[in-house]
Write a protein that binds this ligand. Structure first.
Ligand code: SF4
Ligand code: SF4
Length: 80
């Protein structure tokens, strides 16, 4: 269970193909629609990129990803 790692969809590039929705078996996405809607982020498995790998338009990123890669993506140099 993770609250610090879950998918965030870029709806401006999402094709609404439903691949990510169908891929996840952890209840993270609402299953009734092909438009990915994250309804249970706690179900996402820390470090899993299963749905991201299958996304044809690279529309999935993760909360927590920058931290995992050691890149805070922040230029303020406060080392937070
Ligand atoms: S990263 Fe894995 S567990 Fe998380 S939503 Fe995608 S397929 Fe499901
Ligand atoms: S796999 Fe990618 S393009 Fe398809 S619905 Fe999910 S986020 Fe959108």
């Amino acid at each position: 269970m993770s609250k610090t790692w879950y998918p965030v969809i870029n709806y401006s590039t999402c094709l609404e193909c439903g691949v990510c929705v169908n891929k996840c078996s952890h209840g993270v996405y609402e299953k009734e629609t092909n438009t990915p809607k994250v309804i249970f982020p706690e179900g996402c498995i820390e470090g899993c990129t299963g749905c991201q790998k299958l996304c044809p338009s690279s529309s999935i990123e993760y909360v927590g990803q920058e931290f995992k890669n050691g890149n805070l993506n922040c230029e303020c140099n406060c080392n937070c």
